[in-house]
Design a protein around this ligand. Sequence first.
Ligand SMILES: *[C@@H]1O[C@H](CO)[C@@H](O)[C@H](O)[C@H]1NC(C)=O
Ligand SMILES: *[C@@H]1O[C@H](CO)[C@@H](O)[C@H](O)[C@H]1NC(C)=O
Ligand SMILES: *[C@@H]1O[C@H](CO)[C@@H](O)[C@H](O)[C@H]1NC(C)=O
Ligand SMILES: *[C@@H]1O[C@H](CO)[C@@H](O)[C@H](O)[C@H]1NC(C)=O
Length: 494
Amino acid sequence: MAKLFFGSLLALSTLAVSLVEGNLVYPAYGGVPIADAGSVDFNNSLTDTDSIVSTAQIVDQKGGAAGDVIPPPPPPVMLTAIDGDLVNVTVDSLVADQTQSSPTKRSVKDYVQIFKGTGTGPNDRDGSIEGTGYLTFTVVDNSTYNVDACLNFCDRVEQCVFANLYYEFNNPGLDSGGSNLKCAVYADVHKASEKLNRGGQQLAPPPAGLTYIQQSTGWTTKSLPEPKTPDGFELVFGPTNGANNAPGYMGFAFIDRYDVQACADLCNTRGADSQGGNCQYFNIWRALVDGVPTTYTCSMYFLVADESTAVNFGQGDLAVSESRGYRRKNVIPDGGFEGFNCGTNITAPFCFTPGYSAWKGISPATGHLDASIFNYAPYARTGHGVALLGSAFGEDDFPGTLTPASSLDTEAGKTYTLQFFHSSAFSGPEGEADAFVEVHWNDAVIATIKPGFSSWTFYSFNVVAQGNDVLQFHGGKAPSYDFLDDVSLFLTIG
Ligand SMILES: *[C@@H]1O[C@H](CO)[C@@H](O)[C@H](O)[C@H]1NC(C)=O
Ligand SMILES: *[C@@H]1O[C@H](CO)[C@@H](O)[C@H](O)[C@H]1NC(C)=O
Ligand SMILES: *[C@@H]1O[C@H](CO)[C@@H](O)[C@H](O)[C@H]1NC(C)=O
Ligand SMILES: *[C@@H]1O[C@H](CO)[C@@H](O)[C@H](O)[C@H]1NC(C)=O
């Protein structure tokens, strides 16, 4: 009888469960697990918007071109808050191998003036910008009011989209350098209302006066450049004015400029959630408080969200802008086994197979269906698809091998994170005593799991790719059954 089922896609929902004697009804007969492998409920893991909004009210990441020592551009991205606590560290200190994108080539005609200066009359007094995303400054030749030189400087600084050009008087460091015309550049656009630095410092010994500023003008690129999508990620939506309010939330960070790569680095290095696993998605957005850029939020999630939940437009005086969502690309096709279907028009699917387009199960020569894929929601961690190691009909106690149908599209030399969820609860504590899974990466066994009786549990391992890699899960010893679901392989830079 069993031979009939081998190698074909089956719909067995009408098969009587009583086919099997004893209290264990084998998976191929749609048996009800003796013990529950645990259900997954992420309804309590929504974005903590209140914490983000309250932290945005206290973080201060505004800056401007103080002093007279020209810093080497570009400075690293700073992390200013993590999960509600204010901090002060660079993002690239979290990441070993920082990839830098090359600056976009622009020209002076790609800029427009967005505010004027007060002039250079004896009594004219102006202010320079104190704003977010401050990058660096230079001084330009002051024989003319040298807008072109300043915009050319902006062009050469990665991420620069805005320049503030002004004269600063009574600064001896500038005077000895031969020019007092400062060009400060930013990664975000600012308005005249942010001319908050009015000088007033005693930098030169009296009787020299206090520093003061004249003719402070603002220039911005005509369009904000589309950020480069980080390696290993893909854009899901944006830019919009809505931040995600979505399940699978892991926490947030504030960074000091709109830097998608920095947010990706934070996602890649974020510690895993014990129930949900590694970061798989992030939402980056700009907070405007009373219309002024104030901080850049990077929210991280272990579930992939999309624009349908990007419905948080702000709160009180805080408005969301430039919101984009990015998902981590899973190198494994159909890691959730959801692509295997029992056919349409079936309300409660139950079917199984030794393989389909994305995965194949391999049994030893004398074994039978020792690795299989089921479409049956009660067995799955999420959705309705799940993989099984161990004889589906309970006919033998040989381990089976489950592997993606094709070798993996990996890049040699890069480090990837393999994650999956495992349960061995089907046959109860006694029956599952011999449960095991070996994880094979090419020719090496990188891990052996012997959990005995276990509900859904998250596992994660780092592997180095050689290109066209082969992943195999080998295990099961019926009646000790091993279920696998939600298998992912993510690029992890560093
Ligand atoms: C989670 O929320 C969804 C949508 O509101 C609901 O359909 C589902 O039943 C909830 N799950 C649990 C376990 O409460
Ligand atoms: C952050 O650290 C740098 C270097 O240690 C320091 O110069 C700067 O003032 C600090 N910023 C804040 C906001 O604490
Ligand atoms: C140019 O800068 C030098 C040095 O600060 C200063 O002495 C000079 O007066 C400046 N020229 C103008 C036109 O502001
Ligand atoms: C599914 O049901 C619809 C409506 O009842 C019917 O038109 C369609 O032919 C069915 N498809 C299959 C594959 O049976």
